[in-house]
Design a protein around this ligand. Structure first.
Ligand SMILES: Cc1ncc(COP(=O)(O)O)c(C=O)c1O
Length: 419
């Protein structure tokens, strides 16, 4: 279906889509200083269906998909249901995801979200009673529960590390917790609380030196940072396509380093997880698992969501992964510098060190509760997240490429009114 047929059909069938305003082409990129060019990003925002009156600063919870992603999903649904096609798109999508994240295609398994990848690792690693796993005091529930569950079922011991103000300090804190019983470092790459960026490559190197597994809950890595998993060289990395990648909701992936595949026990298997099976032999047999990460996903998959993932990757690659990282960092820096000027009633919790931050800022206000501040922002059509988890108690602002400096200015105005 071409674009005009799509719009025509959509308007007839779904009146809610009437507000869609489809620009056909991405704006032309300026040759230099892309990150700071407000005009370019203002034009790019037209690629998103986000209501023009809304200032969305909660990308850490969920990313907004551009029209190209929505259109790709829609077209595939129509195609599947008019032609009676079953499945498809998975090989191309795995290849695209592998290229996007700096992995090999055999190392990527589809999941439905980050939590599913976290569970595959927490349940699948060869751990026994008394073995220790290092987590952080900043876990998302989806990062904590899979390990708490394994601890409950199998008696493994969890240790939560305090994050430092610098990457050196964080690394040192982790190292102090390592002993002979430590088997896994399982920490977020970028915790959901303050958005602090952990030194993933250095943590993976430390784990390798100590002969233990390294795993990152990378909910916020893919699409925020110009991610290169082979460069980080960790053993496992769980991420999703529905936050910073701006892809379909309910889609994710798990990276499993080739050399570590055999250590991980698959608990749920089905079509394509195997390397051959026979119900007619006596007893029935399964030869073994397939030779790549496909062993961890099975059964009917959503070909339309795969199309959406591919469209999201194409969108990022057309703009440029590094340009996106530079832009979100630029906006966050702008916010942070202005926050700093607002005096001692503001406490910025995300570390100052440049390598320890990217697109998220966590801060506290001494003059107003975070709940009241969220209400005040919401009255002005600004969406932010507050983080009561683990008693971190911060207001969290996360920026993406649909944000402009003027959005940050409006948020700053509300902060100023409340200090
Ligand atoms: C660090 C972290 N881990 C896990 C999750 C859970 O992600 P999902 O909903 O994709 O399972 C989130 C969600 O915000 C998160 O921030």
């Amino acid at each position: 279906m071409n674009r005009s047929q799509f719009i025509k059909n959509s308007l007839v069938a779904y009146p809610a889509l009437l507000s869609f305003n489809f620009p056909t082409k991405l704006p032309k990129q300026p040759a230099i200083d892309i990150a700071t060019n407000e005009e370019y990003w203002k034009m790019l925002r037209l690629q998103f269906p986000l209501q023009s009156s809304l200032i969305y600063l909660n990308n850490g919870t969920m990313g907004i998909s551009p029209y190209s992603v929505i259109e790709a999903i829609y077209n595939k649904i129509i195609s599947i249901n008019t032609k009676g096609q079953y499945g498809g798109g998975d090989h191309e999508t795995i290849e695209a995801l592998a290229k996007f994240t700096g992995a090999d295609k055999d190392e990527i398994a589809f999941t439905h979200n980050v939590t599913e990848g976290n569970n595959i690792i927490a349940q699948g690693l060869p751990l026994k009673k008394g073995d220790e796993v290092i987590l952080t005091t900043h876990e998302h529930v989806g990062g904590a529960l899979p390990w708490l569950n394994r601890a409950k079922n199998d008696g493994i011991i969890l240790k939560a590390v305090n994050l430092g103000n610098t990457s050196d300090e964080t690394l040192a804190n982790i190292e102090k917790l390592i002993n002979k019983k430590t088997k896994v470092i399982a920490v977020p790459h970028i915790p959901c609380t303050t958005g602090q960026v952990l030194p993933a490559k250095r943590i993976a190197t430390l784990a390798k030196e100590k002969g233990i597994f390294s795993f990152f809950d990378g909910a916020h890595g893919a699409g925020m940072l110009n991610l290169d998993l082979h460069d980080i060289a960790c053993d496992f990395y769980s991420s999703c396509c529905h936050k910073w990648m701006l892809g379909p909701k309910g889609t994710g992936f798990l990276y499993i380093k080739k050399e570590k595949l055999e250590f991980l026990k698959p608990l749920m298997v089905g079509a394509y997880s195997d390397s051959g099976w026979d119900m007619l032999s006596n007893p029935p047999t399964m030869n073994g698992y397939c030779g790549n990460a496909h062993r961890f996903y099975y059964g009917t998959q959503s070909a339309e969501l795969y199309e959406g993932i591919q469209a999201a990757i194409k969108f990022h690659e057309t703009i440029g992964k590094q340009n996106i990282e530079d832009r979100v960092k630029y906006l966050t820096e702008y916010f942070r510098e202005n926050l700093k000027n607002l005096g001692s009633n503001i406490e910025i919790v995300t570390p100052e060190e440049a390598v320890s931050r990217a697109a998220v800022t966590g801060f506290r206000m001494k003059t107003i509760t975070m709940q009241k501040f969220q209400e005040a922002a919401s009255k002005e059509n600004i969406i932010i997240r507050i983080v009561p988890e683990n008693n971190v108690n911060v207001i969290r602002v996360s920026t993406h490429i649909y944000n402009q400096k003027s959005d940050i200015d409006k948020l700053l105005d509300i902060i100023k009114k409340n200090i």
